[in-house]
Design a protein around this ligand. Structure first.
Ligand code: SF4
Length: 275
């Protein structure tokens, strides 16, 4: 991994994602290197996009910029983060996410954290006293560790995420699970979906789901997956309907709450326009 320090002039960006007012991304790039990651198409740093998963920029002054911005902008809900994992390994020593959370929460913003890492537990002392202002979501695409290693090569394994989710829920925090992207022939079986739904139910977490959305930028990164799952990019309407029915049936059967991450009623022309 190569890390570079950069300086920024903005800390909060307007978010097009459903229900979020702002996004706070303290890093550009993400060392988790998920093959399907759309975020590489939305970074303003070409070197990071070209080397997704291998180069991460550390926005070294982002917290100072944030401190100035929170005095000026309207309070709202901030996604932490939307195009990077806020708890990827670099956060262990840089602590930009932690310091950003401190600023946002004491300034009266609500925060929605999304991660794949148990490092979020380090910041329980910051978020637990602000339960009403914070929710935490874990992305769990599969419970199969070998499959997770293939599609999310450097992210913590699913079992570790589940344990962290349990801990957060046991602390009384609002938690949720993002089951996505669902990829054809990869993690779309009824058994695979039901396993993740079960985790959501057991932890009292709402489950959001979404399908894979292909972009030309992802052809190269998806190649290792396509070698084993040649149909993974085929996401036509009939398949999406089958997946939606499978998720909703699994939720109904055990009483879990679930919803599409991008509801049709609010949907932009392409889901990727949200970013
Ligand atoms: S953890 Fe999220 S931001 Fe990081 S590579 Fe994976 S999908 Fe992208």
């Amino acid at each position: 991994m190569r890390y570079e320090r950069v300086r920024v002039s903005h800390a909060l960006s307007k978010s097009g994602l459903p229900d979020l007012d702002y996004a706070f991304n303290p890093y550009a790039g993400c060392s988790h290197g998920c093959l399907y990651c759309y975020a590489r198409a939305f970074t303003r740093y070409p070197e990071v996009a070209r080397n997704w998963g291998r180069v991460v920029y550390i926005k070294e002054n982002v917290v100072e910029v944030l401190e100035a911005e929170v005095k000026r902008v309207k309070r709202g809900l901030v996604g932490v983060s939307t195009v990077t994992d806020p708890y990827q390994p670099v956060e262990a020593w840089e602590k930009l996410t932690r310091r950003g959370l401190e600023v946002l929460l004491r300034s009266g913003f609500r925060v929605s954290i999304q991660t794949k890492s148990p490092l979020v537990l380090r910041d329980l002392d910051v978020i637990a006293p602000r339960r009403g202002q914070v929710d935490v979501g874990f992305t769990i695409t599969t419970l199969d560790p070998a499959l997770a290693r293939l599609i999310e090569p450097n992210a913590p394994p699913p079992g570790v995420r589940v344990e962290a989710l349990r801990k957060l829920a046991s602390e009384g925090l609002e938690t949720w699970v993002f089951l996505g992207p669902i990829l054809r022939g990869v993690n779309d079986s009824e058994a695979s979906i039901a396993g993740v739904v079960e985790v959501a139910f057991e932890t009292g977490s709402k489950l959001y789901y979404d399908y894979y959305h292909h972009r030309p930028e992802l052809v190269e990164s998806m190649r290792p997956l396509l070698n084993r799952f040649p149909q993974a990019l085929a996401t036509e309407a009939r398949w999406r309907e089958r997946v939606r029915d499978a998720v909703e049936k699994a939720c109904r059967e055990i009483g879990a709450e679930c919803a599409p991450a991008f509801p049709e009623a609010k949907r932009a022309k392409s889901v990727l326009e949200y970013f």
